[in-house]
Write a protein that binds this ligand. Structure first.
Ligand SMILES: Cc1cc2nc3c(=O)[nH]c(=O)nc-3n(C[C@H](O)[C@H](O)[C@H](O)COP(=O)(O)O)c2cc1C
Length: 211
């Protein structure tokens, strides 16, 4: 079992999203003996922002790419290969200004690749190639943007993640949106986190028994 675990909080300590993703991985480890974790921290090792050289290489047919062009795509090639090899993708991140941290957006920009994570069909439609992978998003938020809250419509994180990953074939990702975590009420924050840990335990159990 191969799991790609991505943490996108810039925090080095006391990151709630990192704690929750570590907990989920621990839950998997308890249930699966043969497990390999491919770990990425987009803050410690930031994916490069896509630039002119990347786009030029991207739009050059693979057979015609120069060495320089191949180098411009090498981070992306490697990332796509790792995601395609994985059985599970576990991505944890805080909400930053209603959307995802910029490091995770940069990662997505390298992951959405024609002929790798999606295929363009003869009729112009496309098929995503990450349909085999189980995908979990753990998102932590300071405020409550959940269903029924006045802030619900401001949640640009969940739709953005859904769109990008659905395009790559992951049509049914699991979301654990953990909120609110910054309301300065220690008791309610603990309740929110406890609930999230319980939910993650259940997902780990479901994923492992469903294998
Ligand atoms: C730069 C920045 C922007 C943030 N923007 C939002 C936001 O738009 N909505 C929200 O609910 N919380 C926002 N927060 C709060 C974090 O999402 C929240 O504290 C989260 O629990 C942090 O997770 P972490 O500890 O894993 O980094 C923001 C925090 C930072 C540092």
């Amino acid at each position: 079992m191969r799991v790609m675990q991505v943490d996108a909080s810039p925090k080095r300590t006391h990151s709630s999203s990192k704690m929750l993703s570590a907990h989920f991985i621990q839950q998997l480890r308890q249930r699966i003996t043969d497990i390999e974790i491919d770990y990425i921290d987009t803050s410690l090792n930031p994916p490069p922002h896509i630039d002119h050289a990347f786009i030029e290489a991207l739009y050059t047919p693979a057979a015609d790419r120069s060495l320089v062009m191949k180098q411009a795509l090498s981070y992306s090639d490697n990332l796509c290969a790792r995601a395609l090899m994985a059985d599970m993708l576990v991505c944890a991140m805080p909400m930053h200004n209603f959307s995802m941290p910029s490091g995770f957006k940069a990662l997505i920009d390298h992951l959405v690749r024609s002929s790798l994570t999606y295929t363009v069909n003869a009729d112009g439609t496309s098929t995503g190639n990450l349909s085999r992978q189980k995908v979990l998003f753990i998102t932590t938020r300071g405020a409550d943007l959940g269903p029924g809250s006045p802030w619900e419509k401001m949640d640009a994180l969940r739709p953005a993640l859904s769109s990008a990953f659905s395009f790559m074939g992951a049509d049914d990702p699991v979301f654990v949106d953990v909120q609110p975590l910054d309301n300065h009420d220690v008791v309610s924050e603990k309740e929110v986190l406890d609930q999230a840990y319980q939910t993650l335990n259940a997902i780990a159990q479901r994923w492992v028994t469903g294998i």
